[in-house]
Design a protein around this ligand. Sequence first.
Ligand SMILES: Cc1cc2nc3c(=O)[nH]c(=O)nc-3n(C[C@H](O)[C@H](O)[C@H](O)COP(=O)(O)OP(=O)(O)OC[C@H]3O[C@@H](n4cnc5c(N)ncnc54)[C@H](O)[C@@H]3O)c2cc1C
Length: 258
Amino acid sequence: MTLTATPPDALRPDAAGNAPGLIESALLRVMAHETRVTAVHALSPRFRLMSLRGEALRRAAHVPGDKVQVRIAGMAFRTFTPFRLGEDDDALELLGFVRDGAPAGDWLGAVAPGDRCHVLGPRRSMNLAAIDRSTVFVGDETSLGLALALCGTPLGGLDTHFIFEVADAVEVRAVLEAMGRGMLQHASLVERRPDGSHLLEVEASLKRYAGADSFRQYVLSGQSLTLQRLQRVLRSAGARPSQILTKAHWAPGKIALD
Ligand SMILES: Cc1cc2nc3c(=O)[nH]c(=O)nc-3n(C[C@H](O)[C@H](O)[C@H](O)COP(=O)(O)OP(=O)(O)OC[C@H]3O[C@@H](n4cnc5c(N)ncnc54)[C@H](O)[C@@H]3O)c2cc1C
């Protein structure tokens, strides 16, 4: 399903009927950029590709790997990874993972072209533009946007091996194919098991990569405890801290981690 931009006179005031009150509006004017949603593509039941456009984005310096915080309801914000698909300086794309019953999932399910969307940032999170060597990228469903941002760097993720820990490999494969970006289409997808045993496969891959090339870069994002586990494996396989970029996207029991 693809929803495209509506004419300006049909602009909806806000997503999901969560228009801010007077005090909130005053605060948002000071702290956030106002953007408009120009397109929403339902790439699969649980992934939404969204385009945002706003004059303020033209002025905001953006480095691949930055984060934005998007207002999803009232004064609640959730973090996403912006990337650019086109050349438009006033536009950013986000790829959101929809989880039923979670505030971000509710917002992603309701957002439509023409909605007003308040954004904090872009702000620094992980500087992917600085990567100048072969890379192994490990993430989960929340990391597809970061992977697309990596594909937008000068090296373009060309010499990157992508590994994603996911609930549904068929769904994520279809999303990666729809995005059609270089090595992303050859990503390894490892289906999550409740006892965490699927991570043994990820660990074995990381050990192989670390053993074959001692200069490789590692980019890890996703669940905090998984990252700690994978970092330990990389360190014991000889990788230096400077070779490992990590960013926890969520932690069990924690709301809006970042
Ligand atoms: C720097 C950064 C960049 C990010 N980029 C993206 C992005 O591009 N796309 C994207 O979809 N997400 C991204 N995320 C992750 C997203 O911000 C979090 O998953 C966020 O918590 C989602 O909000 P929520 O309303 O679903 O859940 P919350 O209300 O924040 O949390 C409710 C509960 O759900 C749990 N939870 C949160 N996320 C998950 C998950 N993925 N799987 C299982 N349980 C979860 C929490 O631990 C908590 O217990 C990013 C996070 C960070 C820090």
